[in-house]
Design a protein around this ligand. Structure first.
Ligand SMILES: O=c1[nH]c(=O)c2nc[nH]c2[nH]1
Length: 455
């Protein structure tokens, strides 16, 4: 049911700040005509009962059933939309080989608009069914296919940030799949920005355009310069890959004599609305610069295992105050589920802290230092952290924020959460949701208070 101009009575969880899980117990959430949260009323508020009764009488009250828990919708901070057909495959080679052998040939197919529409429609349906209410998408170089991704997100109701990929460096990109000139890359980006900003169905700005230099190796200096100037001109979001693998990190060092972060900064591509995917090999100085610029990192724990041979030091970044959100990195990561990626983030943080070589004794094995995070941090980066990273009012239940939310039905027979009244209460329920929930547990999703049709 749509919730605009209604009040939802719900129990659930959100993490408005890192380290702070708020347990919502029969909280009343007033949702305004514009889809934002107008007010919250907690049972401890003196006028709670009166408000609840009044809303009930006026027929504005919607109540979640027992066993259903409200969470903020997931914010997936790094998705390659065209790579969905190869999800779960092509994971056997290093990044620079993977791009040429599997990924560029697949992405090149999106010159076929009918194929693009079919593939993107399936992806967006599956993302919504996994509880992802906002996604930051890389598309392809193609104008028509990228426009169709925007159309599909608007039609299905997903909040989305979408970039036409800019890649014009003939040394690193194949002839059959690249922007022919810097002008194509820059003006193609501008054309997509105009398309999205003037889309007749996009009055609420549910879809936003993103300046998307694929990564430094794919782009000429002229393109990076032009996109930096465009970012200054339009204030749009920027997304790119940064220091993902030894190869990618080393490539930028040898081309410019400075790190990826430094190079992006010099091109004017590192700002408050920049999202850097991966960022595994940031130096301390890079990390300081990312924080100083208030840019964000999209942590992609599953794909880092396959393509980075390294673990992003999530705890160190969060402790330092760097903005971090979570990304599935479809299809470098083999799962479209943010819950599975939460688990990946927790597991990889533990492996980083403890080390993994059983031939070393425990002290020698644990060479990195404190790195472990838990379900609280994972939940934070999957929701509110993503909102902060994008500089958008999403990911938490706070007046003034957009009501983007999902319901976890812990009683779903085909689901994988099993709660026991004797044992499970409070934060433990959230812990079980993060660690065990799956698609059948995701019962409902709203974006801006509008109820979405889950496939
Ligand atoms: O994980 C990744 N996926 C990609 O498509 C890509 N392109 C550059 N670098 C990349 N890394």
């Amino acid at each position: 049911m749509d919730l605009r101009n209604k009040t939802l009575c719900a129990s659930g969880f959100h993490a408005p700040e890192r380290g702070k899980i708020e347990i919502l117990d029969e909280v009343l959430i007033d949702i305004g005509a514009d889809g934002t949260i107008a007010a919250m009323h907690r049972p401890s508020d003196p006028n709670y009962r009166t408000i609840r009764e009044a809303r009930e009488e006026s027929g504005e009250l919607v109540t979640l059933p027992v066993g259903s828990y409200l969470l903020p919708g997931f914010v997936d901070l790094h998705v390659h939309a065209p790579q969905y057909p190869q999800l779960g495959s092509a994971l056997d080679v290093p990044l620079e080989v993977w791009l040429q052998k599997y990924t560029f040939p697949l992405e090149a197919r999106y010159r076929d608009l009918a194929f693009a529409k079919r593939s993107y429609g399936l992806l967006v349906d599956d993302m919504l069914a996994n509880g992802t209410t906002t996604a930051l998408y890389f598309a392809t170089v193609h104008q028509d296919a990228t426009r169709s991704l925007a159309d599909i997100c608007l039609e299905k109701g997903q909040r989305a940030l979408i970039g036409k990929v800019a890649m014009d460096n003939a040394d690193e990109c194949p002839d059959y799949y690249r922007d022919a000139t810097p002008d194509d890359a820059i003006e193609g980006t501008r054309a997509l920005i105009d398309y999205i900003n003037t889309h007749p169905e996009n009055g609420e700005k549910r879809v936003l355009p993103v300046i998307t230099p694929r990564f430094v190796p794919s782009c000429t200096d002229a393109t990076l310069e032009g996109l930096g100037a465009l970012a200054r001109e339009c204030g749009c979001h920027v997304q790119t890959h940064c220091s993902e693998s030894d190869w990618a990190h080393g490539y930028v060092l040898s081309r410019y004599g400075v790190t990826d972060t430094e190079a992006l900064d010099r091109f004017g591509l590192l700002g408050r609305r920049t999202v850097l995917a991966h960022a595994n090999f940031l130096t301390d100085h890079d990390m300081d610069k990312v924080r100083e610029r208030e840019a964000a990192v999209a942590h992609c724990p599953l794909s880092n295992v396959y393509f980075a041979n390294a673990v992003f030091p999530l705890k160190a970044a969060l402790d330092k105050g760097v903005h971090v959100g979570l990304g599935t990195d479809i299809s470098g990561g083999p799962s479209a589920s943010m819950l599975e990626n939460c688990r990946g983030a927790i597991l990889m943080s533990r492996a980083l802290e403890s080390g993994v070589d059983p031939n070393r004794d425990a002290d020698a094995r644990a060479s990195y230092g404190p790195a472990q995070i838990d379900f609280r941090d994972a939940f934070y980066i999957a929701t509110a952290g993503g909102g902060v990273a994008l500089d958008l009012p999403i990911g938490q239940f706070t007046p003034g924020y957009l009501f983007d939310a999902i319901v976890i039905d812990t009683k779903a027979p085909k689901g994988s959460v099993r709660l026991f009244d004797e044992f499970d209460s409070g934060e433990q329920i959230l812990q079980k949701i993060i660690n065990t929930a799956s698609k059948p547990n995701i019962a409902t999703a709203w974006v801006g208070g509008t109820n979405l049709r889950l496939p």
